[in-house]
Write a protein that binds this ligand. Sequence first.
Ligand SMILES: Nc1ncnc2c1ncn2[C@@H]1O[C@H](COP(=O)(O)OP(=O)(O)OP(=O)(O)O)[C@@H](O)[C@H]1O
Ligand code: SF4
Ligand SMILES: [Mg+2]
Length: 317
Amino acid sequence: MKTHSLLSVSRVRKTYSVKQGLFGGRLPLHALSDVSFHIDEGEAVGLVGESGCGKSTLAKILLGLLEPSAGDVMISGQDLRRVRPSQRARLVQPVFQDPYSSLNPRKRVARIVGLPLELAGMSRDERQRRVMEILDHVGLPRHAANAYPSQLSGGQRQRVAIARALISRPRVLICDEPTSALDVSVQSQILNLLQDLRSEFNLSLLIVSHDLSVIRHMADRVVVMYLGRVVEEADTSSLFESALHPYTKALLSANLSTHPGSGLPMIDAKWDFPNPIAPPTGCPFHPRCSIAVQRCSTERPDLAQYGGQHCACHLAG
Ligand SMILES: Nc1ncnc2c1ncn2[C@@H]1O[C@H](COP(=O)(O)OP(=O)(O)OP(=O)(O)O)[C@@H](O)[C@H]1O
Ligand code: SF4
Ligand SMILES: [Mg+2]
């Protein structure tokens, strides 16, 4: 792992305790197992995988909203657990999927966006100046400052959420499905805005999406997860031109044959997504893998390096 990474995740695990039925006991669900990756200064990393593979769990851990069960998250050289919330807000901020539920409907835009500055004790005039400045940056008209979220369109609301995230001048934005609740017609506007803001503010981005077209548009590097594990990591062009993992290949072929934004890719697999409480032995993908061999059902492949790519498959390379 590079030492100068702005954000690094090292062998992170997250286990939930899940109740089985009405009268059943609780069982462990390993949502993340030994996840490691990094984001460099100014870099955009895409995180992709089917529903339930652990993307949002990882995003919440990076935001300090969830404690990992094990492993370390370092941000700007500091252990995230030791960073005070006020300082954390200046390092990492979220942009969530649903701008409808993430904005307080009873507060006007200026108040919503300026709240972090208010909490930090900034004067009213200075707050006002900073709010207007950031509304300009995210492409909202100044009169939007007086509106309530319900008076804005979905795309405008997501711009407000982005403004709120940026007002603390963070180094990293964690964008969890930032456009999947929006109309297709405004999705690309929001993605282009994030790209512009990235270069303007030298932001690092984590783009979480199940939509490979979003990842291709936004990311320099891609991390592919399956059942809570990283199965492939590569720079974006290598991943789209020469994916190594059978799961990535299946996602790519599925994604090309469905409409962008039409929901989760249906991958060409013999079985459904497995039960995360009782994951398959060996390679977690083996029940669905069309090229699996004997050892795949008993031996779990480690993530190994092949040129500039990393892949967890016995048959890679
Ligand atoms: N609070 C929780 N308690 C128990 N299990 C949980 C909890 N949150 C998530 N899970 C489980 O952990 C696994 C990972 O969930 P997560 O929400 O991180 O996936 P995801 O990749 O973001 O999925 P999606 O694409 O649907 O948003 C899933 O099996 C999910 O059911
Ligand atoms: S290790 Fe085996 S089952 Fe897993 S992806 Fe590779 S070939 Fe398929
Ligand atoms: Mg999610």
